[in-house]
Design a protein around this ligand. Sequence first.
Ligand code: HEC
Length: 250
Amino acid sequence: MNRGQKEAYKRDYAQAKKEGKPFFPYAVYKDLIVATLAIGFVIGLAVWQRIPIGEPVNPATTDFVPRPEWYFFFLFELLRIFKGQGALTPVIMATFIVPNVLLVLLLVTPFIDRGPERRIWRRPIALFSGIAVVFLLAYLTHLGSEAPAGTEEVQLENLDPQGQAGLDLFLANGCLACHTVAGVGAPGPGPGLTDEGERGRGIEYQIEHLRDPQSTTPGSSMPAFASLTDQELEDLAVFLEGLGTKYTAP
Ligand code: HEC
């Protein structure tokens, strides 16, 4: 802003201030009325239409696929963008780094954009950035809403029928709640299993560990899967031993 612009701005400001009404009480008074109406409307709706929050909780479910509310789909999609680069990278990038970098950019905008111009068509960069952000959010929301449910996404090459049976059991028993395979699942508390086969545990060990984790790994917090049949345990063990050796992530 040069000196001329500054003078002009000060003149306009003094003029507007002389003609305008003070913020308090006029603007505060209007805000108060609108806010009261809006909150009253929401309370009215809540009393009049009793909408349940969601399905009742079923603690026994094993195939629940957590999905965010629609207005978080863009963040959900960010998680998917950073997927497959280590277990924690997506969480750190999508829920901390990217949103906070954008937030900081927003906070420092007044220090970057020092121009006095307020007419929007004279500010092409600001106009373009604003529209681009809205479009990007809408696009990510759309992608997030179309994203396939989490469990379908474990992609492994060279799965034979027994490996496939093992994978199905792996998905159905909620193993992904504590483990990752090929970039899918939770990064903890269990170790990533993408290369479990390379540890050379052997089928016997895997079955023993699944039946009673404490027996092979004292102090283990993994639940016992003793209710699985012998055949199921074997399929799971073959699947686990094949991870990283036979069944590889693309
Ligand atoms: C509640 C969390 C949890 C669930 C659910 C869970 N695990 Fe684990 N898992 C762990 C933890 C913690 C460890 C590390 C301690 C241990 O090795 O027992 C582990 C370890 C493992 C290991 C490594 C064993 C080794 O020593 O190489 C395998 C393989 C494994 N789990 C398979 C499975 C399978 C298959 C399922 C589903 C049927 C499953 N886990 C479900 C928490 C879990």
